[in-house]
Design a protein around this ligand. Sequence first.
Ligand code: URA
Length: 229
Amino acid sequence: MRLEQVLFSQGFGTRHECRGMILQSRVSIDGSVYQDPDEDVCVEGLVFTVDGKPWPYFEKAIVALHKPSGYECSQKPIHHPSVMTLLPAPLRVRGIQPVGRLDEDTTGLLILTDDGALQHRLIHPKKHVAKVYEVTCRHPITETMVEKLLAGVMLDGEKKPVKADSIEVKTESVLWMTITQGKYHQVKRMIAAVSNRVDKLHRIGVGKYALPDDLPVGEWRFINVSELV
Ligand code: URA
């Protein structure tokens, strides 16, 4: 692929801007500056450097973000900054989007991608992709509460009961709940339906991917599809 096209595909600006960056000697590969925008480079396993910062080439990008509280997942946030402001410009320019949404006060794992087919696969209810939440409840967790969540609870506007796929009780007030749907405020509404209340909500897993311990709050990293589904 031509080097100019590589930069363009990875979100570094218009073709004209990408060409300019190369001509200004801002782009290197394997320690050598590349100054020809038309040079053909092999994209397989390519890591190029722009202004000293390395970027792996991905035809489609998948990002795991450790979402802090106080950020909205919406493209047009109203009260808080968008999670997109936590990502560098090339990722925004290439059009990565959050997969589903976390509430402004929910923390933890948010996946973002510019792969439309993967978006669909991760959010479609029939694909049953697991989302695991650590839920801190206001009141003590009872056995009855867990039984009801596993059996299914009625939520306003839903025709059928909504179930937790699995629940692990961790402490008197903390449980890990796995769900495979992604309904609006689903966890908070399910917990409210069993007469308790969510004090803190933190997502720890999506599909096969667990939020890594070494990914600090507000930071992100590229991941592969095989780590996720
Ligand atoms: N369920 C909720 O209630 N909120 C979230 O952010 C995610 C799932």
